[in-house]
Design a protein around this ligand. Structure first.
Ligand code: FAD
Ligand code: EPU
Length: 295
């Protein structure tokens, strides 16, 4: 049953009862009862301020590429659809949080700006990448992040430069009620041919090691310090373990893939079995890297 919501929220662009299978790359979960999709920062601000005033909890969704949703979500979900363009000032690029992450890396490469080559294979939105401090091949967002703009849980708009301690490996200081609105990357002018070659090399490496032809949510567990979760899972003999249509990828142990009709519970069970086996085999506790939304 959907929660009743105040009229002020209902005036904002929204959709009802959208299956999370359509909102996430893994393709499981129940229904998103309320999906709010503001197209301006002002609308996003009105959303957060109204939720704050009414004491309403909410969640923020980007491209859904790092999410395992375990059931229906009744509270309003905010997915930005900001219509602002990408702006360039010298070697800095500013983009709205709803901008596609891969598209932004491609725009940087096209503009002859170096610094986001590593990002060219990471799906989702810019906002999700900032929230997760996404990274690959020895790089992560905080290294190029010049400034970011966000709404705090009270709906106040703040713009600032990152400070030490705010971003860590696959994480940041934001609570679930902070909304990243835009970010500015400080890049460097580079030789377009070299940038393109670097992008192609990263893509080739990714394609050779990750199961990109199946639905997945990227790496499921964080790498424990100095170790690779994928290798630990592989050595524990878990590759190919299947529950229904959910499987530990035979290509990369830290990817769980959906063969088409997997259920959220299958992934929850598979994650628990992988953790138990790695604990038993290696004495290591694997911590989820994906965000888990429980009903
Ligand atoms: P979502 O999955 O929608 O959300 C993730 C979290 O961010 C949630 O907590 C959500 O509430 C929050 N969030 C989303 N948007 C906002 C916003 N505007 N403001 C505040 N919070 C927000 N990740 C890596 O780091 N490196 C990789 O190499 C990598 N490879 C991947 C490969 C594949 C094939 C896939 C499917 C995923 C991979 N990922 C990788 C994981 C994922 O793509 C990243 O974590 C991505 O940055 C998540 O962005 P998103 O927009 O999809 O976020
Ligand atoms: N390995 C195995 N078996 C496997 C998987 C990996 O032996 O099944 C070995 C590889 O041979 C390699 C080592 O483990 O020697 C590391 O593997 P890989 O290069 O694939 O990197 P990873 O540590 O598994 C991390 C990130 C990825 C990111 C890549 C490239 C985490 C949890 N994962 O993977 O990020 O794309 O490096 O930089 O930090 C993500 O966060 O979703 C993600 C995919």
């Amino acid at each position: 049953m959907a929660l009743p919501l105040p009229d002020e929220l209902l005036k904002l662009p929204h959709t009802r009862d959208v299956p999370f299978a359509r909102l996430t790359t893994l393709g499981v979960g129940g229904r998103c009862h309320w999906l709010f999709e503001p197209t301006t920062q002002e609308e996003a601000r009105l959303f957060v301020r109204t939720c704050h005033r009414e004491g309403l909890d909410f969640r923020v969704l980007g491209g859904g590429s790092n999410l395992v949703v375990l059931g229906d979500v009744e509270v309003p979900v905010l997915r930005l659809r900001l219509n602002a363009p990408v702006e360039r000032h010298g070697a800095e690029l500013t983009a709205p949080a709803s901008h596609g992450h891969i598209a932004l890396a491609e725009a940087a490469a096209k503009a002859g700006l170096s610094g986001l080559e590593w990002a060219s294979g990471i799906p989702g939105s810019l906002g999700g990448a900032i929230r997760m401090n996404a990274g690959a091949y020895g790089h992560e967002w905080v290294q190029v992040l010049a400034r970011y703009r966000y709404l705090n849980p009270e709906g106040e708009l703040i713009e600032k430069a990152p400070e030490p301690g705010e971003f860590q490996y696959r994480g940041s200081w934001f609570s679930h009620a902070h909304v990243v609105l835009s970010a500015t990357a400080r890049l460097a002018p580079g030789d377009p041919a070299r940038i393109r070659a670097q992008v192609a090399e990263y893509r080739q490496k990714r394609g050779a090691s990750q199961p990109l032809s199946r639905r997945n949510a990227g790496c499921i567990f964080k790498n424990p310090p100095g170790q690779s979760a994928g290798r630990l899972i592989d050595e524990a003999g878990m590759k190919g373990l299947r529950i229904g249509d959910a499987e530990v990828s035979p290509e990369h142990g830290n990817f769980l893939v959906n063969h088409g009709h997997a259920r959220a519970d299958d992934f929850a069970e598979l994650m628990a079995q992988v953790q138990a086996r790695v604990r038993e085999f290696h004495g290591v506790e694997l911590e989820p890297e994906v965000e888990i939304w429980r009903a």
